[in-house]
Design a binder for this molecule. Structure first.
Ligand SMILES: Nc1ncnc2c1ncn2[C@@H]1O[C@H](COP(=O)(O)OP(=O)(O)O)[C@@H](O)[C@H]1O
Ligand SMILES: [Mg+2]
Length: 249
């Protein structure tokens, strides 16, 4: 059971997002159904990260509406793109996982033994048993991503947004972390993940949103990821497309 309650549907209505004075997402309408598992794809610069940050309440809406279905923005778990996180800070895996609690109990409440025990169990669940005391600076990219998933497990949020979590991890790590994503899905959480691997999207994600400047395609993955729509998305993009998008189009 995610947190204290299940999520409702997240509805976007004619949503336009601006960044640096420029529209990056225009007129996006659609719904993340309660408990849905959605892949978000699209060329670099299409506004995928901007959309996730907006849902999390970290960026303003230029126009249109977002209805979070009864979940507060601060109760949405967002795992940012890896390159944007500073790993030089001397902190252990266990502490990073335990930090998931700050989203639940507030930043200034003390994290106690029970919280650390939960962090330890989350590290076990992501395959990092025994690495709790290791500094995050000493981890591989894949291990660090596992730690961030452990923190997200501890966070226990009804809505989970992951921004390119698999872009710098090996196949074994991706498979292990996908199993955790599927567990979140089975628990009824609403999950949306930015990724570029169309084979993975087809295999694991029931819903897909392709962001593409002015035209967006959103629906059941089998309807969205046809060769024609992928080619169309590429042609409409005014920026370089991701490698995998190009490969199949
Ligand atoms: N901090 C920022 N300030 C101004 N513009 C930004 C900032 N971050 C991203 N952008 C611009 O917003 C657009 C969308 O970026 P982003 O949401 O990161 O796209 P994606 O995640 O799909 O690659 C890009 O044109 C990018 O250059
Ligand atoms: Mg991005």
């Amino acid at each position: 059971m995610p947190g204290s309650h299940l999520p409702g549907p997240i509805r976007l209505t004619h949503l336009t997002l601006r960044r640096g004075g420029r529209e990056v997402v225009r007129d996006l309408s659609g719904t993340f159904a309660a408990g849905s598992l959605t892949a978000i794809a699209g060329p670099n610069g299409a506004g995928k990260s901007t959309l996730l940050h907006t849902l999390r309440g970290l960026l303003p809406i230029a126009s249109g509406q977002v209805d979070l279905g009864g979940v507060e923005a601060r109760n949405i778990a967002l795992l940012p793109q890896e390159g944007r996180l500073d790993r030089s800070f001397p902190i252990t895996c266990r502490d990073v996982a335990a930090l998931g609690w700050t989203g639940r109990i507030g930043l200034f409440r003390r994290i106690g033994p029970a919280h650390y025990a939960a962090a330890g169990r989350a590290l076990e669940a992501v395959g990092l048993d025994g690495l709790g005391q290791r500094s995050i600076g000493a981890l591989s990219a894949g291990q660090f991503q596992r730690v961030l998933f452990a923190r997200t497990i501890v966070r226990d949020a009804p809505v989970i947004l992951l921004d390119e979590p698999f872009s710098s991890v090996d196949a074994a790590t991706e498979a292990d972390l996908m199993a955790i994503v599927q567990a979140w899905h089975l628990q009824g959480r609403t999950v949306a993940i930015v990724l570029h691997d169309l084979d993975l999207i087809r295999a694991e994600f029931p819903e897909t949103l392709v962001l593409g400047g002015e035209s967006h395609i959103w629906g059941a993955t089998r309807d969205v990821l046809t060769p024609a729509t992928v080619r169309q998305a590429r042609l409409r993009a005014q920026v370089p497309v991701a490698r995998t998008m190009e490969a199949i189009a």
